[in-house]
Design a protein around this ligand. Structure first.
Ligand code: SF4
Ligand code: SF4
Length: 86
């Protein structure tokens, strides 16, 4: 297929391995990020989180705030707008 959005996100992450993955143009580092109840469990946020802090043992997912770097990547890729800034 080659047009899978998850593949695109993986490419994005791989292409930024040597850069600062926290340096998202959309990030708001002063905020805490949280997954809300409309999360559909698609998993896209998992590929872009540099801190591996999104817990996915059930839906909705949730963010381990003690490890989150507030980069905003998860919010940027979420297809349903489930990640909010607190
Ligand atoms: S904002 Fe936090 S949970 Fe979201 S991708 Fe960045 S580090 Fe991970
Ligand atoms: S990208 Fe959004 S909908 Fe998909 S698992 Fe993450 S928070 Fe849930």
């Amino acid at each position: 297929m080659g047009n899978n959005k998850v593949d695109t996100i993986k490419d994005y992450v791989n292409n930024n391995q040597t850069g600062n993955k926290d340096a998202s143009a959309e990030s708001f580092p002063d905020y805490e990020y949280a997954v809300t109840g409309i999360c559909i469990g698609c998993g896209k946020c998992l590929y872009v989180c540099p801190a591996d802090c999104i817990v996915h043992d059930g839906v909705p997912y949730y963010i381990d705030a003690s490890k989150c770097r507030s980069c905003g990547n998860c919010r940027e890729v979420c297809p349903v707008g489930a990640v909010s800034m607190l």
